[in-house]
Design a protein around this ligand. Structure first.
Ligand SMILES: [Zn+2]
Length: 264
């Protein structure tokens, strides 16, 4: 099996040359099309066939959250590229659209508490997904970890910016590149919006968990309606109900009932 031989994608079975595949741990290959069903910020070469499959399932589920969530958007553009930060401050979630993510089919959901410690409840943070270790740092130390760096070419001329966001999950590195032709004010505005939202995030654990329950239920109802072919109106109705419940959680009219159910 040489460099120029074709290899079989472990997911779709397509035969692909070296320019259109990545090697997984354990020796399997994934084609570029199947790679775009995974996660833009997880190092594909650190996954094996099973974990890559699990990531595909996770981001497909995230996409239904993404469709059902009540996100605010902060967008800046440069040279036909869009940079959007979606945040749902109440639920403690965010999502991204950047040149790094745009070829990927699904929007992964990120948790603000995995960028920085969520309140003082470190144990709760560690339960949220495949975290490795959550170092106990102060708020200002976390703020300093979300960085914007100016890049330079070998001759010292400017070459855009790179934003880095710490995220406490294995094999994940959130790095966003802004090209030189993007306005510096736009880059800084986007960066400071992201940093402010994440660092000031401080919702109570109980309310956050209610929002997450609501989001799961809403996403589930939307998927079910879509699978049954109930049509756009029925789906919009489910989303509307979810948004009303979210507002109810915020103003205290929705409470936790028996077995963790949301009680309106
Ligand atoms: Zn494939």
């Amino acid at each position: 099996m040489g460099l120029f031989s074709k290899e079989t994608c472990a997911f779709c079975g397509k035969e692909v040359g070296m320019m259109h595949r990545s090697k997984l741990q354990g020796g399997d290959f994934i084609c570029t099309d199947c790679k775009y069903l995974t996660h833009p910020f997880i190092r594909i070469d650190h996954l094996n066939k099973e974990s890559a499959k699990a990531v595909m399932e996770e981001v497909a589920r995230d996409e239904s959250f993404f469709q059902a969530a009540n996100f605010r958007e902060t967008t800046r553009r440069a040279a036909g590229k869009r940079y959007t930060f979606y945040d749902d401050y109440d639920a403690g979630l965010f999502a991204l659209h950047t040149p790094e993510t745009e070829k990927y089919k699904n929007h992964p959901i990120f948790y603000m508490m995995m960028v920085r410690p969520f309140d003082r409840n470190l144990a709760f943070s560690l339960q949220q997904g495949n975290t490795t270790a959550m170092p106990a740092l102060s708020k200002s130390q976390y703020e300093a970890m979300i960085t914007l760096e100016e890049k330079k070419n070998a001759d010292g001329s400017p070459d855009g910016w790179v934003m880095k966001m710490p995220y406490f999950r294995e094999h994940m590195n959130i790095e966003i590149r802004f090209p030189q032709n993007m306005k510096e004010d736009d880059v800084k505005y986007w960066y400071s919006t992201v940093r402010t939202i994440i660092v000031n995030y401080n919702t109570s654990t109980a309310r956050l968990k209610m929002h997450q329950t609501n989001l799961y239920q809403t996403a589930g109802a939307v998927l079910k309606a879509a699978i049954k072919g109930e049509g756009t109106e029925a789906i919009e109705e489910k989303v509307k109900e979810g948004i009303e419940t979210a507002n109810g959680i915020n103003d205290g009219t929705v409470k936790r009932g028996l077995f963790g159910r949301l009680k309106k």
